[in-house]
Write a protein that binds this ligand. Structure first.
Ligand SMILES: [Zn+2]
Length: 436
């Protein structure tokens, strides 16, 4: 059983800052494109806390979103701080520099205390000469039969497979190391949370690949608290999971087992957990996630992306004629700019343009029709996933309206806040963390 004992590498060469920010067991990534909904988002977490379950909010916004909206990371921080002050939130909260790399990280450094190091693009790049071979030499425990508590069948990995995985992932992990050290040089180590993400790639990582990645991350000295692998199935933006739910549950549970194993064997932070980049609204896998978390007594970070912006539109449509008119105008304009808006998100949306209602048709809709088409209630016959996905990527249109849009958000605050809080609590927090 020697191969199952911790390797000496971590303890010999790396001193991991044990004091510092420790991300809580349950955390929820929330997006707030126009930085107007932090308060009603936080209110959803407060509702869970009142029921005895602490789910800490992490405001995430990627460089892509900041560029499209024309905002700065400091605005996310300011909105989060203000919401926490207004509601008297006593627990932690964080601001996530989502999907950053060496080219984009710098402007996030002052305002963020959570960094998602995106190295998916580096997967498959050849590591330095001999790096894969010496890694495999250092890690004989990653070859052969690997017994992991919680996984029914031991992993069986041939030396060739381990070597191939090392070739595939080591460069990406070393890239994560470079980004981590870049941040640690500018912010005190231990004063920020590190996530490594590999989700924006074509193929899911197997449990044995995840184990190898975590071993490599430990070697690299990254105090990783969350890891975002690519899971099996499609995670389109703003709509439900598409894929084999049973297979997902099996892989998700295996990943939890691998993480517990990696913590024990490589000295990674004890609170290391999975981060699910859900793209929001993966309702059909919430029950499998909840069951698996309870089975392993594990934590999770779930990023819900920017669907709060859709609740703004729903809130506008329900707030009265002026709000409804603006919501319709945004749809018409989004339809006009369909290709432009979809291009940056092509890999994560599935819109059939032929099934989108015309602007004239939508112009005749009642508030009930508009909110019914957009709100993610699959039992409502009015729900239209094509409209929802188009509007999800259509926030550039609202950004282009400038103050006219944000002034309307303020004017319709009551209606919007109600929708934002209900959506986050009823459709996400409750089924993920509270339901028995
Ligand atoms: Zn992601």
């Amino acid at each position: 059983m020697d191969r199952l004992r911790p390797r000496g590498i971590w303890s010999e060469f790396v001193s991991y800052p044990q004091t510092g920010i420790v991300l809580e067991k349950f955390s929820l990534g929330v997006g707030d494109r126009f930085a107007h909904q932090a308060k009603p988002q936080l209110a959803a977490c407060a509702r869970a806390a009142e029921k005895g379950v602490v789910v800490v909010p992490v405001w995430n916004k990627s460089n892509r979103e900041h560029k499209i909206v024309g905002s700065e990371p400091s605005s996310t921080r300011a909105a989060a701080d203000a919401a926490v002050g207004a509601l008297g939130w006593k627990h932690s909260y964080y601001v996530d520099a989502d999907h950053i790399n060496l080219d984009t990280v710098d402007r996030f450094v002052p305002a963020s205390d959570f960094f998602t190091l995106d190295v998916a693009h580096a997967i498959g790049h050849a590591p330095g000469a001999g790096a894969a071979e010496s890694f495999v030499h250092r890690h004989p425990e990653l070859v052969g039969r690997i017994d992991i508590p919680g996984i029914p069948e031991p992993l069986e990995v041939t030396p060739e497979q381990t070597c191939a995985s090392a070739h595939k992932y080591l460069f990406a992990v070393s890239e994560a190391g470079r980004i981590y050290r870049h941040i640690a040089d500018r912010k005190q180590p231990g004063h920020f949370i590190t996530e490594v993400s590999m989700d924006e790639t074509d193929f899911p990582q197997t449990p044995s690949e995840l184990l190898l990645i975590l071993a490599a991350i430990a070697d690299e000295g990254i105090p990783i608290q969350t890891i975002a692998p690519k899971f099996t199935g499609r995670f389109n933006k703003g709509v439900d999971y598409v894929g084999d739910v049973e297979q997902f549950e099996k892989e998700f549970a295996s990943d939890l087992a691998v993480i517990a194993h990696a913590i024990a064997h490589y000295g990674l932070p004890g609170n290391l957990k999975l981060s699910v980049h859900s793209g929001s609204d993966k309702f059909s896998i919430y029950a499998p996630i909840r069951r698996s978390l309870r089975r392993f007594d594990a934590g999770v970070h779930v990023k819900t992306a920017g669907t709060t912006w859709l609740e703004e539109l729903i809130g506008l449509s329900e707030a009265g004629p002026e709000g409804l008119a603006m919501a319709k105008q945004i749809y018409a304009s989004a339809l006009d700019h369909l290709e432009d808006l979809c291009a940056p998100y092509a890999a994560v949306i599935d819109i059939d343009p032929a099934r989108l209602p015309s602007a004239a048709e939508v112009a005749g809709w009642t508030a009930e029709q508009y909110s019914g088409a957009l709100r993610h209630d699959q039992r409502n016959p009015l729900f239209d996933p094509h409209v929802r996905q188009l509007l999800h990527v259509g926030y550039k249109i609202a950004a282009g309206m400038g103050d006219r849009y944000t002034d309307m958000l303020v004017a319709c605050e009551e209606s919007i806040s109600r929708n934002v809080t209900q959506n986050l609590y009823d459709r996400h927090i409750e089924p993920l963390f509270l339901r028995s």
